[in-house]
Design a protein around this ligand. Sequence first.
Ligand SMILES: *[C@@H]1O[C@H](CO)[C@@H](O)[C@H](O)[C@H]1NC(C)=O
Ligand SMILES: *[C@@H]1O[C@H](CO)[C@@H](O)[C@H](O)[C@H]1NC(C)=O
Ligand SMILES: *[C@@H]1O[C@H](CO)[C@@H](O)[C@H](O)[C@H]1NC(C)=O
Length: 440
Amino acid sequence: MAEFSYKSPVVLKSRTRKKSAHIYSNLGSISFSKLLILVFLILLCKTQDGFVKVEGRNFTLNGERYTYLGANYWAGMNLGAPMNGNYARLTSDLDLLQSNGVRNLRIMGSTQGPDYKPHRITPSLEYECGRYNEDTWEGLDLFLYEMHKRNMKAVIPLNNYWGWSGGFDQVIEWFFGENQNDTEIFYFRDKITKHYDEFIHLIVNRKNTAYLRYEGRTVYYKDDPTIMSWQLANEPRSINCKEWASWISGRSQLLKYLDSNHIVSIGTEGTITTCQKSGNEVPTIDYITVHAWAQNWGWYTPSSREGFEQGVKKVQEYISENIKENLNISKPIVMEEFGLARDGLSFDPKATVNIRDDFYQAVFDEVLKRTQEGIMAGVNFWAFGGKGRPRENGGLMWEPGDDFIGDPPHEPQGWYSVYDTDHSTLELIKQYAQKFEGIQ
Ligand SMILES: *[C@@H]1O[C@H](CO)[C@@H](O)[C@H](O)[C@H]1NC(C)=O
Ligand SMILES: *[C@@H]1O[C@H](CO)[C@@H](O)[C@H](O)[C@H]1NC(C)=O
Ligand SMILES: *[C@@H]1O[C@H](CO)[C@@H](O)[C@H](O)[C@H]1NC(C)=O
């Protein structure tokens, strides 16, 4: 734990102490039965506190099982930014998700600059090493606040193995220059780990400006039930299992030390990469994630129906393989990313999505079954584009000035996005969101 000592959680400690001093000073005037009631209420509050927790293979929320059909919606932080964002777009997207029963969003909690580099989410949060764009921070504040108003939960990755948000390679470049070719050194250099841990301090202790502005309440991120979990990164990979597990252990311990309310996940793709199990076994990791990319991994290309059944079977097998691999680790498992191209591999938002709908249904069915069995806990489709649209007919990479949609800036825009006009997909999502909510 020595590595945590360079900054102590002063705020947390002093607030707790003040609260208990207040309770003690009133004790003299409270009768024993009143005290019992007080204790009971405190215990009740403890289970009704609105934080997602883990019990065995289940998530729980206010004492009941929590299962969900959610979306990936990483653009929310930028859309919420007071100066550079688009509030109307953000709120209409969230309203649409809500009206279709989507109450869990996997978002993005950290992006790196510099903002002149191509094919990245900009404006970034951390535009230079250790310097943060307050407008983007306030975008995340407002996004979380708008989610809170709609009774939604956020899964928040704290960095990214891939470069579309700056990510690991950018941080490595800040500390060790441009000529590093090994993304994995991100886990194995003290300077980088210290920088990562400093960001943990910053984000869990962030005071949400939107709660203050709109409700006059001081809400630190670490105390906000809108946040379901911290995720160490988007799709981190490693081939040095023991060392990697030790990095995971250190970061997740720090998160829990500074923030005892929230659960923690790694954000990995599953058994397609190495070292899965050594990460999932870390005691301070609360649940297991699986991502399935049929076309990217060569299982099925939806240029036609040919191979569809085989593609679905591959996804089912992949889910089984991940369940099997983690069989003796009793933690919830979430299918956190999957998606499919539009019909004929079109990037045009006007193209049909018949095959995609069937694929979504097959994946929803599989995860639903596993969730009903008590083996899995939820699913997030990739990704919600809402009212956003790609430039021209799609297929180009993202450029500043383009709408954010579901596809990250470095990928052909329109590949995997679900828009507000994809009525059949939204109907399917609504139908299955209800099924997931209905699971006891
Ligand atoms: C998980 O939830 C199911 C369904 O409510 C229940 O049968 C099971 O006992 C729960 N498991 C734990 C560990 O709470
Ligand atoms: C990465 O850099 C190392 C050391 O400079 C070098 O030996 C290795 O070949 C490089 N690998 C690649 C894939 O460029
Ligand atoms: C799961 O099994 C593996 C190999 O059989 C073992 O090394 C590991 O410690 C087990 N994990 C748990 C959490 O029991």
